[in-house]
Design a protein around this ligand. Structure first.
Ligand code: MG
Length: 250
């Protein structure tokens, strides 16, 4: 069931989104050679808790950390580790959610660690831009398929592939609500977009094939060909005035 939010609820979601966004920004600023992914997770948790919020991912389905930190060929759900030290040239996808006054904000960004290859930068740029293509399509009169196809078209025109096994989702009082928001689709198809819908659009884009595999830890999700993957996400609201990004720092 899709839960539509009132304007008052959207304001509350904006507050949760603001905390999520600032936590993600701090995490990104911490990305540099020599830093462990666990240190970044600590920064995220500390910031969110200082705001009187709760990290959405901590213990969600048993996830053991506050941020998912996914390096290079890890697509999503990387578990932060003390012995995972970032190095020059890595691309680091960080996914952060915060729960505040009844609502979640959910966002992700892929950060370069120092200097990265041209190929890695191009993948990150295309994935980020595909997110904004998807957001631009999230307007009244459109359907979910318009969002997915906008992302897919942008990505595939550049020779990359969109992950199929994981998709975006509704966000609200629950971290994952209906509807599912695929990063692929057919224009004009799928659930009709309505005012008050709040969704996380989150393209996961692979440099090679679209297929992924979940490792035996049941979380870490990698590309099956070992090539790079990037991930960008915003929580947005569908409004009569167009899409509104809820996960912004101010
Ligand atoms: Mg999400």
């Amino acid at each position: 069931m899709v839960v539509l939010k009132t304007s008052r609820e959207l304001e509350a979601m904006r507050a949760a989104g603001r905390i999520s966004s600032r936590a993600l920004k701090l995490a990104g600023e911490a990305v540099e050679p020599g830093v462990s992914t666990l240190e970044i997770d600590r920064i995220v948790r500390k910031y969110i808790e200082e705001q009187g919020a709760t990290p959405s991912f901590l213990n969600y389905g048993g996830f053991p950390a506050s941020a998912c930190i996914s390096v290079n060929d890890v697509v999503i759900h990387g578990i932060p580790r003390k012995n995972q030290i970032l190095k020059q040239g890595d691309i680091v996808s960080i996914d952060v959610g915060a729960f505040y006054e009844g609502f979640h904000g959910d966002n992700a960004w892929t950060f370069p660690c120092g200097e990265v290859s041209r190929e890695a930068q191009a993948l990150m740029d295309a994935t980020r831009e595909s997110l904004f293509e998807g957001i631009a399509a999230a307007r009244l009169g459109n359907r979910l398929g318009d969002i997915g196809s906008a992302v897919q078209r942008y990505v595939e025109a550049r020779g990359y592939s969109v992950v199929r096994d994981f998709v975006g989702h509704g966000v609200g009082a629950e971290l994952h609500e209906d509807p599912s928001v695929p990063n692929y689709g057919t224009p004009g198809r799928g659930v009709r977009l309505l005012p008050g819908m709040t969704i996380a659009i989150e393209p996961m884009v692979n440099a090679g094939v679209h297929t992924v595999e979940v490792l035996p830890d049941k979380w870490t999700t990698v590309t099956t060909d070992g090539k790079l993957s990037a991930h960008f996400e915003h929580t947005i609201a569908i409004t009569p005035d167009g899409p509104v990004i809820l996960t912004l720092p101010d």
